[in-house]
Every structure is written in structure tokens, then in C-alpha cells.
Design a protein around this ligand. Structure first.
Ligand code: C2E
Ligand code: MG
Ligand code: MG
Length: 586
């Protein structure tokens, strides 16, 4: 038998160490201990001063050895004839036979024996070191290409395997390769709401689902965070979609994590390999398709189309241009008046971002807010907007009759979840001199509800500062109203989609009415957005809305333009063109 490096080398070196002491008693003890510890694997035969070690031998082999040892001369002879010691091969095993050990050694034999023992021991130590190093190398290379949490192949190994798959033509010509990119929806929310241990548990759970959903020779890997990959051979393209749907359905089943039931979903992008596609291209394509699945509403799959590549390129170019725009001061702050409905008295402004694009002119936020959110630029934009608008409002509040003006600024979910938001708002408020009660932070229901855990402490901090929230686009997001109780909400903004058909659509009327009643019951004010006609205004007045904002009163204007209108004598209401029609300080 071939010696296993781990235990038999270790035993051999132990025996040799005992051997080099030239003490038969010690040697016998070691042999017995070794024989005991590994039971039948080691045998020591002691007779007439002759010691034989059989390591890893069966009974038959031992017998064979005994007869061989007695019938054959030693293969290596050490010493002057009295000490016969040799390594003799027997079957597949190695055998060390040492003859006549004990007091009978002369000086020369002893030193030879010691030298032999040392050199064997040294070799064994080296072998052990090499094997330990090899094992460590094996461990390290395993770790380098596997994910520690789920034990799945990581990006490195996935790429390598996918490379091989794409280079190897399908075995029977009927198979193609499909790459599925799986991303857990709102995973950050799970982490924030239930803690990282729960997030980890969910990741492991999903990895097991994926492993169970595929065939033996498919590959499941974890690319990073909540991104997984499945590489599968498919006979027909529909099989990939069916697999994606099975995975989505399995992941959607709620699980119990950290004492709560967790409902979650995943979005899947599918890319079917074409001849010549590289591994990284396939993953990129599947990622793009996954992005589309998310944009379509999450919890679904989408198949890669070449047009997605063009869209992704545009998105990246947009992000790049936006980064430049932020640096070049091309983002500007417009202020749209908010009026009290009963008398159209100006009560404040909402700050709305615009991009003064050098080629395309003035761009509305719909053209760039999503890109700003994806690229992380939104935080800077939101805070810059707040600073610019607060600075202006602080100045205007010094003017007689304008002390009461308030300001609303929009905050994205991403900005709201910034850990240092409160510390960043504090100096802006202090520098502008406006009272915290005069600043409203407009937040959509979706960002409040989705990020409830991570935003709770921020919102408490904002409450401490004395700031109030305005719920933007109210009625278009979540149906949960719990946050109205939990957070310092001071304003509900009726979304313009409910305002547009006021006076003609009974459903919109009912919704607007319900929002006004709810606000009344909660002691919260209401601002109706997108008021364009006097009919809408009249209806809102009847419904009991407090404030309004819309083109009827004036569009958003740059700070300088707004300032001119504020400090110059008020323009007559009939004045055409952009004007603050609401400004009537009489
Ligand atoms: P929003 O906060 O609901 O803002 C109201 C939107 O309605 C604005 O669109 C405004 O120009 C538009 N609007 C006002 N009056 C009328 C009207 O009479 N008729 C019509 N049809 N529309 C009217 P805008 O400026 O295009 O902004 C769109 C959205 O972009 C905003 O919706 C807000 O959610 C977001 N946004 C704007 N500025 C910022 C910002 O600085 N930061 C963040 N995070 N989001 C912003
Ligand atoms: Mg708003
Ligand atoms: Mg709105």
C-alpha cells in the first residue's frame, strides 16, 4: 500500500525518532503505542533482537513479509555485517526492516544508524512539510475560488467554467448554454430591517434553492452580494425561461428568519449563448436582462435583447455626463410657488432640480434623477439643492412680509438612507438661518416604507432637529399607512394624477376627498400638486385642501428670477409669461 502522507509518515518519523535513541525499550513502547493507536494498520514483530515494522499491512502481507525477510538477503546493507537494515518493497507497501537492534551495535554501526535515521527523518519531515504546504495551497486555492458564506463557486471560478463551456461545443450539437443572472430584490432592505445575520441566512437559503433547481452538471455560483449565477445546458431556449420561473417561484416562498417571516423575491436575467460569445460578455448580457426584469417590476425574468446593450451604454454615458454636470455646476435649483388655496397667498416654494444641459437645454428631473440614484450622485444633488434653496430662503425671510415663507426639498430614498444625513443637514440649516419648522423634506411613500429600518434612526434625528416630512405623490405608493403614525409627517401632497381630472372623474374626486379627510384626522396639512385650472382649484377648495401648487400659480423658476419677482413690486396677475402669479403680499 502507498503510504498516506498524513498518518503513516507521521508514525514513521515517530518510530525513526525512537529508533535514533538506540533504546530498544523506548522503541518497543513507541511501536506498541503506534500499533494500538492505529490498530491493525501497524504491526511490530519482535523476536531474537530482530524488529520488523509493517506499516499499513494486511495479515497476508505480513506473513509474506516474514517469509521474505527470512528467505532473502537484505537489499541495502548498512554496517559491517552485523546490522542489516533495508527498505524492501512488498506488494504495494513499503517496509522498513531493521535487524538486531540493541547493545550489539558498535560505534561505527551506531553512527551509521544515526545518520540513516536522521536522513530518513529529514526526508520525512520534508515530505510532511511539502504535503502540509500542498494541503494549505489546496485550501487557499479552494478559498480563492469559492464563496465563504454559501460555499458556491465565486466569480473567478464561474468565469473560468463558463469560459470552458463556451469553448467546448455542446456534446450532441442539440444543446446550447444559458446564463441566468439572479438578483434578490430589495436585499438591502432585508439587511437593514432584519440585520446582517438574517441577510446571510437568506443568501444561504437562495443558494440552496438554486442548487436544488439545477441539474448535476449545471453550475451555480455567487458573483457578489445578492447576485447569483446559474449556467445551464439547454436543449431548447424555453427551458431557460422555465428554469428561471421555477427559481423565481421557489424564492418567492416566505421563510422564517430571525424570528420573522420574510417575504422576498428575485429578478432573473437570461442570456442564451451565441457562437463566439465570451464568458464575461454572457454575464454582462444576463446582468442587463436582470436590470430590465427589475425595471419591469421585479420578481420576474427577462431575456437579453441586443437593444439592451445600447440602452445600458446610454445609461452609462448619461451617468458620466451627469457626473460632469454636477462638477460643472450645470444642475440648477428652480423654485415653484406653493399657495394657500383660500386666498392664493404665497406660503413657500418647492425646490425642483433642473439640468442646464449645454447641448440639450433645460432638462427636467425625469431625465436624470434615476441615473443620479443609480450612480450615487443623488445624495450630492439633493444636499446641494437643499443648501441653495435654504440659502435663498434665509435671505428672503429677512425681508418684511416674507418671514413666513417655507421650503420643500425632495429627498431620494438613497439620500434618506445616508447614515450622516442629519449631521449634513444641521450646518445647512444653521448657515441659512431658517427655522427647522419651515423646512419640509419631501419623501415618497415607497422610500419610507422600503427603507423603514435604515431610515428610522435618521428620521428620529431629523425629528430632533425639528424638521417635518412631506409625503410626496401621496396615494401612488404603498397602501401601508403605518408610517404616518411613526414618522413626523407634517404634509401630504396629493399626486397630480388625482388632481388632473378633478371635477370630471368621480374616482379621483373620491381619492382626493379621502386624502383630505385622512390628513384632517391626523392633523396634517394637504398640498395639491399639478393644479392647472380654476376648475381643479375650485374643487380642491370645496374638498378642503389647504394648499396648492401648479402652473395655475406659476412654474418653477431659477432662484435669481424668483428673487427678482419677490423683491420687485408684485406683477399684475394678468401678466403673461413666467411669473409668480401667487405673489400678492397685499
Ligand atoms: P414632485 O416632487 O412630485 O414635483 C412636482 C412635479 O410636478 C415637478 O416636476 C413639477 O415641475 C411638476 N408640476 C408642477 N406643477 C405642475 C402642473 O401644473 N402641471 C404639471 N403637469 N406638472 C406640474 P419635475 O420638476 O419634472 O420633477 C419631477 C420629480 O422629480 C419630482 O416630483 C421629484 O420627485 C423629482 N425631483 C425634482 N427635483 C428633485 C431633487 O432635487 N431631488 C430629488 N431626489 N428628486 C427631485
Ligand atoms: Mg416633490
Ligand atoms: Mg409629487
Amino acid at each position: 500500500m502507498v503510504m498516506q502522507p498524513s498518518w503513516s509518515l507521521h508514525l514513521l518519523s515517530e518510530i525513526l525518532a525512537a529508533f535514533s535513541t538506540e533504546d530498544p525499550e523506548n522503541l518497543r513502547n513507541v511501536v506498541n503505542r503506534v500499533a494500538e493507536s492505529v490498530e491493525a494498520e501497524v504491526a511490530a514483530i519482535l523476536s531474537d533482537g530482530t524488529i520488523r515494522f509493517c506499516i499499513g499491512m494486511t495479515g497476508d502481507e505480513r506473513q509474506q513479509l516474514e517469509s521474505l525477510a527470512s528467505s532473502r538477503p537484505p537489499q541495502i546493507t548498512i554496517g559491517a555485517g552485523r546490522l542489516n537494515s533495508y527498505w524492501a518493497p512488498l506488494g504495494e507497501g513499503n517496509l522498513l526492516v531493521v535487524g538486531r537492534l540493541g547493545d550489539t551495535f558498535d560505534v561505527e554501526e551506531r553512527s551509521l544508524l544515526r545518520a540513516m535515521a536522521r536522513s530518513i527523518e529529514l526526508s520525512l519531515r520534508m515530505l510532511e512539510a511539502i504535503s502540509a504546504e500542498r494541503q494549505a495551497r489546496l485550501d487557499a486555492s479552494y478559498q480563492a475560488c469559492h464563496d465563504a458564506l454559501t460555499d458556491l463557486p465565486n466569480r473567478l471560478l464561474v468565469l473560468e467554467r463558463l469560459c470552458r463551456w463556451t469553448q467546448q461545443p455542446p456534446d450532441d450539437g442539440a444543446c446550447g448554454t444559458a446564463v441566468l443572472f439572479i438578483d434578490i430584490d430589495r436585499f438591502k432592505w432585508v439587511n437593514d430591517a432584519h440585520g446582517h445575520a438574517a441577510g446571510d441566512e437568506l443568501l444561504v437559503h437562495v443558494s440552496r434553492i438554486l442548487q436544488r433547481s439545477v441539474r448535476r452538471d449545471d453550475l451555480v455560483g455567487r458573483l457578489s452580494g445578492d447576485e447569483f449565477i446559474v449556467i445551464t445546458r439547454t436543449r431548447k431556449p424555453e427551458a431557460a425561461s422555465e428554469l428561471a420561473q421555477r427559481i423565481i417561484t421557489a424564492i418567492r416562498r416566505p421563510i422564517h428568519v430571525a424570528g420573522t417571516e420574510l417575504s422576498h423575491s428575485a429578478s432573473v436575467g437570461i442570456c442564451l449563448a451565441q457562437p463566439g460569445d465570451t464568458a464575461s460578455l454572457l454575464i454582462e448580457n444576463a446582468d442587463m436582462a436582470m436590470y430590465r426584469a427589475k425595471a419591469l417590476g421585479r420578481g420576474r425574468y427577462a431575456l437579453f435583447q441586443p437593444s439592451m446593450r445600447e440602452e445600458a451604454r446610454n445609461r452609462l454615458a448619461l451617468e458620466e455626463a451627469l457626473r460632469h454636470a454636477v462638477g460643472n455646476g450645470e444642475i440648477v435649483c428652480h423654485l415653484q410657488p406653493i399657495v394657500r388655496l383660500v386666498d392664493r397667498q404665497l406660503v413657500g416654494f418647492e425646490a425642483l432640480a433642473r439640468w442646464k444641459h449645454p447641448q440639450q437645454g433645460l432638462l427636467a428631473p425625469t431625465a436624470f434623477i434615476a441615473a443620479a440614484e443609480d450612480s450615487g450622485l443623488i445624495e450630492g444633488i439633493d444636499l446641494w439643492m437643499m443648501e441653495a434653496a435654504c440659502r435663498a430662503l434665509g435671505r428672503w425671510q429677512q425681508l418684511p412680509g416674507l418671514e413666513h415663507l417655507r421650503l420643500s426639498v425632495n429627498l431620494s430614498a438613497r439620500t434618506l438612507s445616508a447614515a450622516d444625513l442629519v449631521q449634513r443637514i444641521e450646518p445647512i440649516l444653521a448657515a441659512s438661518g431658517i427655522a427647522p419648522s419651515q423646512l419640509f423634506l419631501e419623501i415618497t411613500e415607497t422610500s419610507l416604507v422600503e427603507d423603514i429600518q435604515s431610515t428610522t434612526s435618521t428620521i428620529q434625528g431629523l425629528r430632533h432637529l425639528g424638521l417635518k416630512l412631506a409625503i410626496d405623490d401621496f396615494g401612488t405608493g404603498y397602501s401601508s399607512l403605518l408610517y404616518l403614525k411613526r414618522f413626523p409627517v407634517g404634509l401630504l401632497k396629493i399626486d397630480q394624477s388625482f388632481v388632473a381630472d378633478l371635477g370630471s372623474d368621480p374616482e379621483d374626486e373620491a381619492i382626493a376627498q379621502a386624502i383630505v379627510s385622512l390628513a384632517g384626522a391626523l392633523g396634517v396639512s394637504v398640498v395639491a400638486e399639478g393644479v392647472e385650472t380654476e376648475t381643479q382649484e375650485a374643487r380642491l377648495l370645496e374638498l378642503g385642501s389647504d394648499y396648492a401648487q401648479g402652473h395655475l400659480y406659476g412654474p418653477g423658476l431659477e432662484i435669481e428670477a424668483t428673487e427678482r419677482l419677490l423683491i420687485e413690486p408684485a406683477l399684475p396677475r394678468s401678466e403673461p409669461g413666467p411669473s409668480l402669479k401667487a405673489i400678492d403680499r397685499s
